[in-house]
Design a protein around this ligand. Structure first.
Ligand code: NAP
Length: 245
């Protein structure tokens, strides 16, 4: 159980992040539902959590912005007195072949997916060190492990997340803080809806468990890594991908 814990889930207005928020709240955590543009959807997630008897609050913040991430996190610590669980889930795609990819598309994906996670870790670490404990879970991707054609920016950002996770794990371990990554395979969300039917079918052929993943598959793994029971696991990358990687 996560009773009494305060959790920040970035990009929790939709998809995987919203499921992680609901799952952590169901286990007793007070959950900050971060969003960037989808205010109404974030409010719905909060309402669902509250209707189920949980505690949640929505906070707007573009995690790619260092100062905004700092304001969000200092505000949470001020209001709730602690920050126990940080889930860096916010992510975007701007797919294209590497030889045609614009500088803007490369930078945008790196800024949100990788720098966004750094920003939130950077601003949370001091509080977790003070508390002598914390859980950081970063959402990587199978694209960061294997690389994916048409996703040079995204794959680089998700491979970067793995390096960031491992370095943070080593730096923060002596203070009882763990940092791990979850690497989803093909999960049904708005992000994957954007792929062509041909690409989706091709993906299915490569999934040993012969089904796409659900947001719940990812949320369950994150909830475990965020729990006290996972206290001796750090610096790991847990693939949740039906056996793809
Ligand atoms: P999604 O449905 O597109 O949702 C993305 C979420 O990220 C939204 O809540 C969005 O908030 C938020 N977000 C985007 N930019 C942000 C920013 N600058 N600041 C704060 N929040 C921001 O994506 P998803 O499929 O759930 O993916 C979630 C994570 O899992 C991502 O990191 C993704 O790379 C990773 N992943 C997904 C899959 C998959 O198959 N779906 C596979 C591997 C990894 P707003 O709507 O409010 O802007």
């Amino acid at each position: 159980m996560l009773t009494g814990k305060v959790a920040l889930v970035t990009g929790a207005s939709r998809g995987i992040g919203s499921e992680i928020a609901r799952t952590l709240a169901a286990k007793g955590a007070t959950v900050i539902v971060n969003y960037n543009g989808s205010a109404a959807k974030a409010a719905e997630v909060v309402a669902e959590i509250e209707a189920a008897g949980g505690k949640a609050e929505a906070i707007q913040c573009n995690v790619a912005d260092f100062a905004q991430a700092g304001e969000m996190i200092s505000g949470i610590i001020k209001q709730y007195g602690s920050l126990d669980i940080l889930v860096n889930n916010a992510g975007i795609t701007r797919d294209g072949l590497v030889m045609k990819m614009s500088e803007e598309d490369f930078d945008a994906v790196l800024s949100t997916n990788l720098k966004g996670a750094f920003n939130c870790i950077r601003h949370s670490a001091r509080q977790m060190i003070k508390q002598r404990g914390g859980r950081i879970v970063n959402i990587s991707s199978i694209s960061g492990i294997r690389g994916n054609a048409g996703q040079a920016n995204y794959s680089a950002s998700k491979a970067g997340i793995i390096g960031l996770t491992k370095a943070a794990a080593r730096e923060l371990a002596s203070r009882g803080i763990t940092a791990n990554a979850v690497a989803p395979g093909f999960i049904v969300t708005e992000m994957t809806d954007a792929l062509s039917d041909e690409m989706k079918e091709k993906m299915l052929e490569n999934i040993p468990l012969r089904r796409y993943g659900t947001t719940k598959d990812i949320a369950n793994a994150v909830a475990f890594l965020a729990s006290d029971e996972a206290g001796y696991i750090t610096g790991q990358v847990l693939s949740v991908d039906g056996g793809m990687a």
